[in-house]
Write a protein that binds this ligand. Structure first.
Ligand code: SF4
Length: 154
């Protein structure tokens, strides 16, 4: 669809349903058709239908940093898990991206995300947590590399 990945690059990842939808690795996405059932079976959702395609030049830590900043900014602050958790997640991802990650950050990040999704008044809490959990699930090696080497593998 849409002519393939631009400039002959390799497909790395796709967020199929807007920024809150769990990211899928390119290899999984290549086996999917763009319908609700197939995307759901792969572990994501079509959501808003705003497809984001990433090639191998994209740093997944930086991509998640941008997403988490958006949700942190959008939080209205009404409920504690979202108000505090979105900022906590953003600050952790920010420091990982900038070479100041700590060895237990990835586990902590996953834990914080797990305490936001499903525990908030509106769906923004889920929307903030799902990208974090899916990026760590599928691209955790990039995050670990950032923490260990203080720089990007991409
Ligand atoms: S989950 Fe919704 S209601 Fe709760 S703080 Fe976040 S944006 Fe506000």
């Amino acid at each position: 669809m849409a002519g393939g990945v631009r400039n002959g690059h390799r497909l790395k990842a796709v967020i199929p349903g807007g920024s809150s939808a769990p990211v899928l690795p390119g290899a999984i996405m290549m086996d999917c058709t763009m319908d609700f059932d197939c995307i759901a079976k792969a572990g994501s959702m079509l959501g808003s239908g705003a497809v984001i395609v990433m090639d191998e030049t994209v740093c997944m830590v930086r991509a998640l940093e941008r997403l988490s900043y958006f949700y942190h900014e959008e939080s209205c602050g009404q409920c504690t898990p979202c108000r505090e958790g979105t900022g906590w997640m953003y600050r952790m991802i920010h420091r990982i991206e900038h070479g100041q990650g700590r060895p237990d950050d990835l586990e902590l990040l996953n834990s914080v995300a797990g305490k936001i999704g499903g525990y908030t008044i509106c769906a923004l809490g889920d929307a903030a947590a799902m990208p974090v959990q899916s990026f760590l699930k599928h691209f955790g090696d990039e995050f670990a590399y950032h923490v260990e080497h203080k720089r990007c593998m991409v």
